[in-house]
Design a protein around this ligand. Sequence first.
Ligand code: ATP
Ligand code: MG
Length: 450
Amino acid sequence: MKQMQPPRIIPRQDHPISRSMISPNVIRILYRLKDNGHTAFLVGGGVRDLLLGREPKDFDVATDATPGRIKKLFRNCRLVGRRFRLAHLHFSDEIVEVSTFRGSYTEEPAGDLATLAPGEAENANPRSQVREDGLVLRDNVFGSPADDAHRRDFTVNALAYNIADFSILDYVGGMEDLDRGVIRTIGEPSLRFTEDPVRMLRAIRFAALLGFSFEEMTWRALVENAPGITRATPPRLYEEILKLFLSGEGEAIYQHLRLGGLFAPLFPGFSQWLERETDGFPHVKISKNLEWLDKRISEGTTVSAPLMLSLMFGEYLEEMAAFHRKQGVSPLDAIQAAVADFMGEQTLLVAIPHRVALAVRDIMVLQYRFIKMPGKRPQSVLARQGFSDALAYLLCQCETAGEGADIFAWWESYAKEQVLPPSTMQKDPVAQVPKKRRRRRKGRAPATSA
Ligand code: ATP
Ligand code: MG
């Protein structure tokens, strides 16, 4: 049994977090747990972001109430998760994650099996499971608040705000690292990255988003363990890739990933191609595209996963398409084959969902349709689901490489004309009403005499 230090307690007057900064739903959850005799903390990124004066993405609650007990206390509760057993409390505008304090998978469980809800017992047996190579497969052992802090990934993510007295509990030196702007794993970094390689990507995301630097041992362990990133499951890696490149700091993250040696194992074909390029132009290209995306995100525009992937890998896809064209394949078939090649290459590493792969294909194919203005059937181009993403892709080319401005202008104005046909919209509003609705209004006087 490892020795746990008592936490450093930062009283309310010595930190800036007030209840008004926390979502009212979360405050109600914390009080409900407390009033029913439980310990209840706000934990994770919410505490970290509030202390940094940033708006938290979400709030997480940790408690000594078991999942079964949480389900009894909250009607809007759903128990989820296989790897971790969690409660999701559903509200109209948010879902709050409430987890029971978890212990370390190497120690005996501190929780009581008898308190588990029906169905939990079989799920929880075995409650923790570590693969031979150190990867943690299952981690469902209850623990103390101290255990719960220690099993978290980074010191700055392990602070807890206690609703009982509004203090902050710091078991692992998170406050100091937050003040100094440092990402440091809790415990031995190599072990923590072996248990869960996705933590390496999370480290990079937090460093880039918060503008933090890496504690030396953490960075060294990350570089050493980087090739092991592929031990994480492909669907989880895809989820993390989305978080990384849609965070608004995609360009900085790309640079960090390359520096740490994490990018090449995830995208080997693309990385080999980049290395073969001698003039370094594609490096500049992907950076510029990511900067363009970051700007768009910072302006509040939603960027889709297919657009992000197309802008990251479009140049490479075009190059592969050129190879197919040389074999005598038509341009449209060539780009489709290139997208299929790329998706095939990626599928065992980063599981890009099929529908996303199809949407990437659409964005790339439409670039060829755009070149023809107006082409045979411009309406069918406009009607394609990927049209607006494909146009955004083209806009990025115009703004970053000065290519295709005339093509963009033509399609943009064509799209506007088609969406708002001035001839019909202005003259006769009734002509816009679908026939069905007009029929239902029978008996009423016609709205116009036209
Ligand atoms: P954000 O929500 O802004 O992306 P976050 O730190 O809140 O950042 P979440 O994924 O919401 O991240 O997780 C909540 C908390 O759970 C984290 O702050 C961390 O304490 C813990 N956590 C999440 N993922 C892991 C992991 N892979 N290993 C250990 N602890 C983790
Ligand atoms: Mg969070």
